[in-house]
Ligand binder design. Structure first.
Ligand code: DGT
Ligand code: CA
Ligand code: CA
Length: 362
C-alpha cells in the first residue's frame, strides 16, 4: 500500500485571524506588525492579507516601507497578538489530530499528517478527506487553509504551497516525479539559500536535474546525510516518517456559554467540566504545565487572553482552578460579556522523563 502524506498550511495566518475577528476589514489591506516601539514606524511586517500583498507588502519588510507602499490607501496596521493566534492554531491542530493517523506539527500554522491507514492508501478517499477537513476548519474557525497530498513529506509540502489560498493539490504517486521535475530546487523542504547556491553553481537548478545527479557528486558537496536526502527528495522516494513529537506544546479547551455572561462564578462553573477534562489529559500524559491562560471570546467574536507563568511546573488541579479563576477575574475587569470561555496550559513538561532523570541522579 502506498503512503499518503498531507501537509496543511493556514492561509495568510495572522492576518486571516484578524479578518475573522473584524470581518469589516475583509476587503481592506491588513498588515500585521511587530512594532519594536522606538517610533510609530519602527519594526517589521509579520504578515499581510492578500489585498495588502497586491501592493507588494511582504513578511519581514520594514513597517515604514509598508506604510509608504500603502500611502493614501485605507489600510489596517495591527500589532501582533501571539496569544490569539496560538488559540486558533491549537484548535485547528486538535481538530486535525482527531482526524488523522499521525500528525506532526511543523509550525504555528502548519502540520504534516499521515492518512495511509485511514484512507487505505486510496487517493480518491484522501481527496474527499482533505475537502471535508477544509470545510470543517472553515465551519469551526472561519479560516481557509491550503492542503497538499502526496506519497511523501517533500511532495506534500510543495503541493500545499502550489495553489494558495484555499487550495487543494493532489499529487498521486505515479505523477509525483513529473510534478517535481520542473520545479526549482529551493522548493525542497530543507534546501536553504546556501545549499541552493552550491547546487546552482554546479548547474543544478531544477529538482529534475538534481534527481539525475550521481549521489557521489552530491556527497562530495554536502556529505553523506544531506546527499542521501537530496537524492531521495528529488526522486520522490523520500521516506521520512510523519512523527508526532509528543503532542502539542500546549493544550486548550473552549466552551460556549449557555448565555453571554460577565459573572465570574457562572463562567467558572460552566468551564469546570472542560477544565477537569484538560486536567485528566495532563495527568494521563504525565505532563506538568508552567503557563496558564484564560481565553475570553466576546460577543463580537474577538478573542482576549490573560496569561500567567508560574514559579515552577505543576499539574495540581486546585492550583489550576485557582489560577484560571484569577485570570478570568482580571480579564472580566477589562471586557464586557463573554460568549465563549476557554483555558490553555502551555510550557508543558514531560514529567515521565524528568522523574527518571531525578531517580538517576539521586
Ligand atoms: P501564506 O501561507 O503564504 O498564505 O501566508 P502566511 O502569513 O500564513 O505565511 P507563513 O505560513 O509563512 O507564516 C505563518 C505565520 O508566521 C504568518 O502569518 C506570520 C508569521 N510569520 C511568517 N513570516 C514572518 C516573518 O518574516 N516575521 C514575523 N515576525 N512573522 C512571520
Ligand atoms: Ca501559512
Ligand atoms: Ca506556514
Amino acid at each position: 500500500m502506498s503512503r499518503i502524506v498531507g501537509h496543511l498550511d493556514l492561509d495568510y495566518f495572522y492576518a486571516q485571524v484578524e479578518e475573522v475577528e473584524a470581518p469589516s476589514l475583509k476587503d481592506t489591506p491588513i498588515v500585521v506588525c511587530v512594532f519594536s516601539g522606538r517610533t510609530e514606524e519602527s519594526g517589521v511586517v509579520s504578515t499581510s492579507n492578500y489585498k495588502a500583498r497586491e501592493y507588494g507588502i511582504k513578511s519581514g519588510m520594514p513597517i515604514a516601507l509598508a506604510k509608504r507602499r500603502l500611502d493614501g490607501i485605507d489600510a489596517a496596521f495591527i500589532p501582533v497578538d501571539h496569544g490569539k493566534y496560538e488559540t486558533y492554531s491549537s484548535r485547528v491542530m486538535e481538530t486535525l489530530r482527531s482526524q488523522v493517523d499521525t500528525i506532526e506539527q511543523a509550525g504555528i500554522d502548519e502540520a504534516f499528517f499521515d492518512i495511509t491507514k485511514r484512507t487505505r492508501g486510496d487517493y480518491d478517499a484522501a481527496t474527499t478527506f482533505a475537502l471535508e477537513l477544509k470545510t470543517r476548519i472553515f465551519r469551526e474557525e472561519k479560516l481557509t487553509c491550503s492542503i497538499g497530498l502526496g506519497p511523501n513529506k517533500v511532495v506534500a509540502k510543495i503541493a500545499s504551497d502550489f495553489k494558495k489560498p484555499d487550495g487543494l493539490t493532489v499529487v498521486r504517486d505515479e505523477t509525483a516525479f513529473g510534478f517535481l521535475s520542473p520545479l526549482s530546487i529551493e522548493k525542497i523542504y530543507g534546501v536553504g539559500p546556501k545549499t541552493a547556491r552550491l547546487l546552482e553553481a554546479g548547474g543544478i537548478k531544477t529538482i529534475g536535474a538534481l534527481a539525475s545527479t550521481p549521489t557521489e557528486r552530491l556527497e562530495d558537496l554536502f556529505g553523506k546525510k544531506l546527499a542521501v536526502y537530496l537524492h531521495k527528495a528529488s526522486n520522490s522516494t523520500d521516506d521520512e516518517q510523519v512523527v508526532d513529537r509528543g503532542g502539542s506544546s500546549q493544550l486548550s479547551r473552549i466552551i460556549t456559554l449557555k448565555q453571554d455572561s460577565h459573572d465570574l462564578d457562572q463562567i467558572a462553573g460552566a468551564l469546570a467540566p472542560a477544565l477537569k477534562d484538560l486536567h485528566e489529559r495532563l495527568v494521563s500524559e504525565n505532563l506538568f504545565f508552567r503557563s496558564v491562560s484564560a481565553i475570553g471570546i466576546l460577543k463580537d467574536l474577538s478573542t482576549r487572553t490573560r496569561s500567567k507563568t508560574l514559579e515552577s511546573p505543576t499539574n495540581d488541579y486546585p492550583v489550576l482552578e485557582k489560577e484560571v479563576k484569577e485570570l478570568f477575574s482580571a480579564l472580566l475587569r477589562e471586557v464586557g460579556d463573554l460568549r465563549r470561555a476557554g483555558v490553555r496550559v502551555s510550557e508543558l513538561h514531560d514529567m515521565a522523563n524528568q522523574r527518571s532523570l531525578a531517580e538517576f541522579t539521586s
